[in-house]
Design a protein around this ligand. Structure first.
Ligand code: PLP
Length: 426
């Protein structure tokens, strides 16, 4: 018998004794649920309960679990080669993935750096931006400008551009690189805001390498939406002042906001763009940084000659193969129709939350539904209430939100919304 055939209480005991969980401590404030398997839009718990996954495994499993095409892509690649170093070697999964990504991302992005996770891709994008400025003779330009309220990952360079007041990384404020922050953009386009942003940018332009933002949706920093017109203004300002523009599309990429990429809402091409999460349909860990030839060529001709970054698992063939399958699957489906159906279901299903006491806002964009509470939510009680309603949600701070798989049925979406309303009511 496999050593993985563990009784649920043994799993829970081993977990409690040894395992760190995201943003966790010992002892854990809440015991994690033991999940045994997953299929379609469902998580199957060890005690037999099935939950509709309103989170798509942190926004990645857009095609649902155990998709036959994605299962086959992994199995076929395992039969050939699970891993090989990427230094000095290449392979079909990486090459085809690069071709696909260059074909679907905004015009001009045609060099691809494969990274192991979203956070690492942001690290790499920042490294490339700083190195570009050195290469073109502006080494003093090593700071970044961003919006407050953002989230770009948990390693040190991304932490430095996360919301400095959101609490998540505030323990480290004194050791993080000092970046330049502007207020978060308002939801509607506001020329006054643009002027305020530009004033800060101009003041610091001589020391700035790049502007980095999450386009259209600021995700884990607060699930805030903003007008895509700001992206055009950022493009203009970066061009005028010699800054690179970095879009972090790790959460928004691959259709989540109703366009393939959030940049497409404004038809803006950044100089660098990070993608991850839904890239592999949630199967394996992989992210990518895309950049323009101008950036890549300047770095290659400059001091150092290349990007000094090359992790052991860079370009992992299994991850690349399933990413190719996931992106091809997305493009072959009516993803636009699926996301539009999610929007419709979320708008209708969350409408009852609008009138509840304690609810300060209800908003929906693409496949993202948010109920914002006036006060922080008790995460433990909220998760329990959602599980009771047969749904997996993970509210944070004052936000009860869902980013469901695109393959949800109308009934799945309705169950997710019912659970969100129940949490908001409790
Ligand atoms: N950037 C954004 C916009 C994200 O939403 C996330 C994760 O939520 C990250 C970066 C970090 O990605 P990862 O968790 O894969 O390191």
């Amino acid at each position: 018998m496999s050593t993985l055939s563990l009784a649920p209480d043994r799993i829970a005991a081993l977990d409690a004794a040894h395992l760190w969980h995201p943003y966790g401590a010992f002892p854990a404030s809440t015991q994690p649920l033991v999940v045994d398997s997953a299929h379609g839009t469902r998580l199957v718990l060890a005690d037999g309960r099935e939950l509709v996954d309103g989170m798509s495994s942190w926004w990645s499993a857009v095609h649902g679990y155990r998709h036959p095409v994605l299962d086959a892509a992994v199995a076929d690649q395992v039969a050939k080669m699970s891993h090989v170093m990427f230094g000095g070697l290449t392979h079909a999964p990486a090459a085809r993935l690069a071709e696909l990504l260059v074909g679907i991302t905004p015009a001009g992005l045609d060099k691809v750096f494969l990274a192991d996770s979203g956070s690492v891709s942001v690290e790499v994008a920042i490294k490339i931006a700083l190195q570009y400025q050195r290469a073109v003779g502006r080494p003093e330009r090593h700071r970044l400008m961003t919006w407050r309220g953002g989230y770009h990952g948990d390693t040190f360079a991304p932490m430095s551009v996360c919301d400095p007041e959101g609490g998540m990384h505030s323990l480290w404020t004194d050791v993080l690189a000092r970046q330049v922050f502007a207020p978060a953009p308002p939801r509607q386009f506001d020329q006054g805001y643009v002027s305020e942003f530009e004033k800060i940018l101009v003041e610091h332009a001589g020391e700035l390498a790049a502007v980095i933002v999450e386009p259209v949706v600021q995700g884990a920093g607060g699930m805030r939406f903003h007008d895509a017109g700001y992206l055009r203004e950022l493009r203009r300002m970066c061009d005028e002042h010699g800054l690179l523009l970095i879009f972090d599309e790790i959460a928004t990429g691959f259709g989540r906001t109703g366009e393939l990429f959030a940049a497409d809402h404004a038809a803006v091409s950044p100089d660098l763009m990070c993608v991850g999460k839904a890239l592999t349909g949630g199967y394996l860990t992989l992210a990518a940084v895309l950049c323009t030839s101008v950036v890549a060529e300047a770095i290659s001709a400059g001091e150092g000659g290349g990007v000094m970054h090359g992790p052991t698992f860079m370009g992992n063939p299994l991850a690349c193969a399933v990413a190719v399958a996931a992106v091809e699957l997305l493009l072959s489906r009516d993803w636009r129709g699926e996301v539009a159906a999610l929007t419709e279901g979320l708008v209708a299903g969350l409408a009852p939350a609008r009138d509840l006491p304690g609810v300060s806002d209800v908003r929906v964009l693409g496949g993202i539904g948010v109920v914002e509470m006036a006060e922080p939510v008790d995460m433990r009680a909220a998760t329990a209430a959602a599980v009771e309603a047969g749904v997996w949600l993970r509210p944070f701070r004052n936000l009860v939100y869902a980013m469901p798989p695109y393959v949800c049925t109308p009934d799945d979406v309705s169950r997710i919304c019912t659970a969100m309303v129940a949490v908001a009511r409790s």
